[in-house]
Ligand binder design. Structure first.
Ligand SMILES: C[C@H](N)C(=O)N[C@@H](Cc1c[nH]cn1)C(=O)O
Ligand code: ZN
Ligand code: ZN
Length: 476
């Protein structure tokens, strides 16, 4: 029996164990964006530290400092660094993942409690963080464990970097990597693998070589000293919400065109070969429709839709803090509101320039209103777009691993989302970075009823193990 056969059989036999362990971590509501959940994020980091130590990995913990969130000074969650194997004859693979998750409330429309992993009759494992990014993160541990239980030697030295702030701008991580790039942990890395994105559809695995960047903005409008009765003050005050709506409505057209002058100036032109590449992808608009459970797409063709997601910037309005949003009909004029929106950026766009253009535009639009309220705008966090060289053994090894596990050749995709640290690894370590997704396009990351299919999780563990074996024999 080959090492692959043994590993695959072992993973199949232990499916229930893997699902139970996923349930254990989904039950830790490690939401990085909510101050009250910070102890849970730390608890999740500690869970990983304990598991890594149990597996015999060497663990270093970096505390990146403090942040202010919701008016509170909080410790940033630990960056957990695990090392398993230091054999100079083997390649060293760095894997990254995040153990924080997006917020989730049953009232948002979840069919089940977001923090209780539920397996439905279609084999979907539903719970916040199931696909983004808890199943992929813990799967690296299961790969080590399976090798140990079977007495099969790990084919590479594995370095693991797990953070608890990815969903909130990865505060503290870039600085740490840049400072430690030549140090003992990152200095001997040969290549990097991140499993934190999704297949293009629901059937075919893919390898991902590009991500968009993100610049996240908060625009605050304040005026009255307190919330007011609209019957008493309506018509007599400059209402912060009206000002905010006026400004926010100028940012983007209903068909997705960003209306901020100059924002498209730096977008890298689409090359002829790139344009052709879209024609060969195994993808249909139905994949997007099924992922979003509706047909309200802007574009009429697959190519236009994918280019809009991967290749061009977009601006999304996310919400308004301080606005009345409960059921019922409270007749209030909120005294202060904070609008949240973000721009997904693409190659050649610089966060500094994006921020300048956005601030100038928002301030100019606010000035046109002639309001006596005050407006302030800040960029909360920003990261640049990333594109990798796919002509590298890292991608070749991953392609072979996919063929071994799924018996198909993968699509090569880009992704509309952002993982800012990807570019930092590529530039600071000067190493190839690969994105090797585990979940499907319709997993509902960041949405209600987030899930990972049982097959994606189980085959995903096999995929990560196979990838490390293919790396070990790849021609550098
Ligand atoms: C693709 C990855 N799994 C992800 O969800 N990334 C987030 C990162 C982020 C940035 N600001 C807030 N979250 C994303 O693309 O939204
Ligand atoms: Zn996410
Ligand atoms: Zn993620």
């Amino acid at each position: 029996m080959s090492a692959f056969d043994k590993l695959f059989a072992y993973v199949d036999e232990n499916q229930k164990y893997y699902i139970d362990r996923l349930a254990e971590v989904v039950a830790i509501p490690s939401v990085s964006g909510e101050a009250s959940r910070r102890p849970e994020v730390v608890k999740m980091g500690e869970w990983l530290i304990k598991e890594l130590k149990t597996l015999g990995a060497t663990v270093q913990v970096h505390h990146p400092g403090k942040q202010t969130l919701e008016g509170q000074e909080l410790d940033l969650p630990p960056i957990v660094l695990g090392t398993y194997g230091t054999d100079p004859a083997k390649k060293t693979v760095l894997v990254y993942g995040h153990y924080d998750v997006q917020p989730a409330f049953k009232e948002d429309g979840w069919a089940t409690d977001p923090w209780t992993l539920v397996e439905d009759d279609k084999g979907r494992l539903i719970g916040r963080g199931s696909t983004d990014d808890k199943a992929p993160v813990i799967s690296w541990l299961w790969v080590i464990e399976a090798h140990q239980k079977l007495g099969v030697e790990m084919p590479v030295n594995l370095k693991m970097c797990f953070e608890g702030m990815e969903e909130s701008g990865s505060e503290g991580l870039d600085e740490y990597i840049e400072k430690e790039a030549k140090g003992a942990f990152f200095g001997d890395v040969d290549c990097v693998c991140i499993s934190d994105n999704y297949w293009l559809g629901s059937n075919k695995p893919c390898l991902t070589y590009g991500l968009r960047g993100i610049s996240y903005f908060m625009v605050e409008v304040a005026g009255p000293g307190k919330d007011l009765h609209s019957g008493v003050f309506g018509g007599t005050v400059h209402e912060p919400m009206t000002d905010l709506f006026t400004v926010m409505s100028k940012l983007v057209s209903p068909t997705g065109k960003i209306l901020i002058p100059g924002i498209y100036n730096d977008v890298a032109p689409v090359t002829e070969s790139e344009d052709k590449m879209y024609d060969s992808l195994d993808f249909s608009l139905a994949d997007i429709h099924s992922a979003m459970e509706s047909k309200c797409t802007i574009h009429g063709t697959e190519k236009e839709a994918l280019m809009a997601r991967w290749r061009f910037p977009s601006l999304s309005l996310h919400g308004i803090e301080g606005a009345f949003s409960s059921p019922g009909s409270k007749t209030v004029i909120p005294a202060k509101v904070i609008g949240k929106f973000s721009i997904r950026s693409v190659p050649n766009m610089e966060p500094k320039k994006i921020t300048e253009l956005v601030k100038d535009f928002v301030n100019a639009e606010f000035a046109k209103i002639g309001s006596k309220n005050t407006l302030t705008i800040d960029c909360g966090h920003a990261g640049k777009a990333w594109v990798a060289d796919t002509n590298h053994y890292n991608f070749v090894a991953a392609e072979k691993a996919i063929e071994r596990v799924f018996k198909v050749k993968p699509d090569f995709t880009r992704e509309g989302g952002s993982i800012p640290v990807t570019l930092t690894f590529q530039e600071a370590l000067n190493k190839n970075v690969l994105l090797l997704p585990m979940g499907r396009a319709d997993d509902g990351a960041h949405s209600i009823n987030e899930k990972i299919d049982k097959t994606n999780y189980i085959e995903g563990i096999k995929l990560l193990a196979s990838y490390l074996h293919e790396i070990s024999v790849a021609q550098a």
